[in-house]
Design a protein around this ligand. Structure first.
Ligand code: ADE
Length: 246
């Protein structure tokens, strides 16, 4: 997979992209992430990337020319023509695990990070093919949003995680929050690991985990349960146990 990111602050990506899973995926050749500075595609002496807003008002607006030229220059070097060009903006569709899975299927993605108070509308209208927001809050720029999205996508690439079974048991992959997990010591400060997990009975362990995932989701994110497939028995557990669950 290849991901091209266009932004004004390329240095921001150095640390998150050189650690842990993303680092390993890059080293294994599973992903190639190229960061491009939009400022490199300006032509004036001062490398101007923004300008006043037509019609007045506070704040500067990111100019269309360097953004178009940057993306087009990189696209020209590539043989593929149909690449999603995603604009990161609080006005976009909300990012979630399903969107991550959808994007992870593309061999190539282009991400554009907006900055300042705004971005010329023509980028949105004539260059981007999709707009994504990582949540209902406003960041200073799209760089942090791009990092979040890249992280969520890269860990879905086959081989990026140590174990292939890990991504599918994550919270949200199967519409339920994840079940509680424990490791050694068996008793810590008097708090013991649930005995069923030490029983060696894989059937009972699987059932306990499923039950915990269902109850936890019911308690914390009841709206997710509406989309989940539950057995009649599970629906009964929920009504019986909801009040007693912490
Ligand atoms: N840029 C600024 N805020 C953003 C957000 N919430 N999501 C994506 N890009 C953004």
């Amino acid at each position: 997979m290849r991901i091209d990111i266009f932004c004004l602050f390329p240095e921001m990506f150095a640390s998150p992209f050189s650690q842990s899973i993303i680092k390993r995926a890059k080293e294994r050749g599973l992903v190639d992430i190229e960061i491009h500075n939009i400022r490199d595609y300006t032509h004036d002496k001062h490398h101007t990337v923004d300008d006043y807003s037509y019609g007045g008002g506070p704040g500067m607006v990111l100019k269309p020319e360097p953004v178009f030229e940057a993306v087009e220059a990189v696209k020209q070097q590539l043989s593929v023509t149909e690449i999603p060009i995603i604009l990161l903006t609080p006005q976009g569709r909300l990012f979630n695990q399903q969107v991550a899975q959808e994007l992870a299927r593309f061999p190539h993605l282009i991400l554009i990070c907006g900055h300042y108070e705004g971005l010329d509308e023509r980028v949105r209208e004539y260059l981007s093919s999709d707009e994504i927001s990582i949540g209902d809050y406003v960041l200073s720029g799209g760089e942090l949003a791009a990092m979040v999205i890249v992280d969520a996508i890269v860990r879905l690439i086959p081989g990026a995680l140590g174990s292939q079974s890990s991504p599918s048991s994550d919270s949200y992959s199967n519409e339920l929050l994840e079940y509680p997990q424990y490791t050694r010591p068996q008793v810590y400060r008097g708090w013991a690991v649930p005995p069923v997990l030490l029983s060696g009975n894989h059937g009972e362990i699987a059932q306990w985990r499923r039950c915990q995932a269902v109850l936890r989701t019911a308690k914390r994110r009841p709206e997710l349960l509406r989309k989940a497939t539950l057995s009649d028995k599970e629906k009964k557990w929920i009504s019986e146990n909801l009040l007693s669950l912490k």
